[in-house]
Design a protein around this ligand. Structure first.
Ligand code: 6PG
Length: 249
């Protein structure tokens, strides 16, 4: 059984506050231990409020931002100022508000050729991140969201990206969206010391219940292929956990 914790909060506000506080604590521990904190941000809508909390007067000064190194779990193949860009969302909600050196923010270059951008990102991870015991680039924290189809990052069901074991990042064609994405691969995600899965809203209740209920069985969904070397921490609101409380007691 994997190392897993499940935290359930009243709503997205409470989840976001708790997730921001966990980010602060993990940054504190990593910086105390090694002088830096390497974190992969997730895109989507769920994490925005957490990012806004981290940028708020109440929380901002609890992080030593000059020791933080920002990466992304995935990116859409659009320019960084495009409404769909994960970088743009994180920049608006967090990165433009905190004193983090711009050279320490590593976005995936969604405006480039996907395969070239993925290869360049893999090279960056290899050169910038410490290595795990299995010689994989190791994040201190990987933030993830969960799609209703069980995808994480841009590793969607039925896509080639799910199978990649010998690359750190991949250009992944997503048939159902008719679009390319850039994504970290499972070996890098799973090498993370802490993986935080942020899931909120009634629309996610079914997929959360399915994943929790099938815990320990052969993985059929991308999210079930998360087998962390460290720990997987679920941050759920009550609506997303509605069907699964009995699994999480
Ligand atoms: C993305 C994300 C993706 C997201 C899930 C959940 O690029 O969209 O990385 O994996 O986390 O689709 O998205 P929501 O938080 O918007 O539900």
């Amino acid at each position: 059984m994997m190392n897993k914790e499940v935290h359930i909060f009243a709503d997205l506000e409470a989840l976001s506050r708790a997730a921001a506080e966990r980010f602060i604590r993990l940054a504190e521990l990593a910086i105390a231990e090694r002088g830096c904190f390497h974190v992969a941000l997730t895109g989507g809508s769920t994490p925005r409020r957490m990012y806004e909390y981290l940028a708020s007067d109440r929380y901002m000064n609890h992080v030593v931002w000059p020791s933080v190194y920002i990466y992304f779990g995935d990116e859409r193949c659009v320019p960084p100022d495009h409404p769909d860009s994960n970088f743009r969302m994180a920049h608006e909600a967090l990165l433009r508000h905190v004193p983090i050196p711009s050279l320490q923010v590593h976005r995936m270059q969604g405006e480039q050729n996907p395969a070239e951008a993925a290869a360049a990102y893999a090279q960056l991870l290899d050169s910038q991140l410490p290595k795990s015991a299995r010689d994989m680039p190791r994040f201190d924290l990987v933030l993830l969201g969960l799609g209703e189809d069980g995808h994480i990052a841009s590793l969607f069901p039925g896509t080639v990206g799910l199978t990649i074991q010998d690359q750190f990042a991949v250009a992944n064609f997503v048939e159902k969206l008719s679009t390319w994405r850039i994504s970290l691969t499972f070996p890098v995600i799973n090498a993370g010391t802490v993986i935080m899965m942020l899931v909120a809203g009634a629309a996610k209740a079914d997929i959360v219940n399915r994943i929790m209920g099938e815990d320990g069985q052969a993985p059929r969904l991308p999210a079930q292929r998360i087998v962390p070397a460290g720990i997987l921490e679920w941050y759920l609101d009550g609506a997303a956990a509605r069907l699964t409380e009995h699994h999480t007691s």
